[in-house]
Design a protein around this ligand. Structure first.
Ligand code: GNR
Ligand code: NI
Length: 170
């Protein structure tokens, strides 16, 4: 297993659209395991392959409080979503120290392949529904700050570039 470096906004590679996984083989399983290790190490509730610069449709999540319920979504497809929207504070490992209220569908149903390549369906609500939508956006090259006003997004962008310069000097 290995810890993977996470791309930081506004890195243009976060805008790439991920391609479907053709076969869930050992290479994909290694990626999944490395992503899970990275997600747990960074105390994230989810991680999309895009964030570790792998442009394949792979997501890992764990929204349990005990951090012992990993969920793997390969080639996820949204099959149903509630009309009802809800706002919640979102953060992102690619946009450190930034939390903003974002509107999402309250409930979503997703079909995906698991770590063994078996199809399954996930019915998500609450944090799990927020997380699924946040991660699927990453696979489509979208970061949550894109839902904010251009002014807010620009301030975050400037703050991130400043942070990146400072960590480079340190
Ligand atoms: O760790 C994370 N927390 C989080 C909180 C609210 C809504 C979404 C998330 S996902 C985020 C990890 C991450 O960046 N996933 O892409
Ligand atoms: Ni994120």
């Amino acid at each position: 297993m290995a810890l993977l470096p996470i791309l930081k906004y506004p890195d243009p590679r976060l805008r790439e659209v991920a391609k479907p996984v053709a076969v869930v083989d050992d290479g994909v399983r290694r990626l999944v395991d490395d992503m899970l290790e990275t997600m747990y190490a960074q105390e994230g509730v989810g991680l999309a392959a895009t964030q570790v610069d792998v442009h394949r449709r792979v997501i890992v999540m764990d929204t349990s409080s005990e951090r012992n319920r990993p969920v793997v979504l390969i080639n996820p497809q949204l099959t149903a979503r509630s009309e009802e929207l809800g706002f919640s504070e979102e953060g992102c490992l690619s946009v450190p120290a930034t939390f903003e209220r974002i509107a999402r569908h309250e409930r979503v149903t997703v079909q995906a392949l698991d770590r063994e390549g078996q199809p399954f369906e996930l019915q998500a609500e609450g944090l799990s529904a927020v997380c699924v939508q946040h991660e699927m956006d990453h696979l489509d090259g979208k970061v949550f700050v894109e839902y904010l006003s251009p002014l807010k997004r620009d301030r975050i962008r400037t703050r991130m570039l400043k942070r990146a310069r400072e960590t480079q000097r340190a």
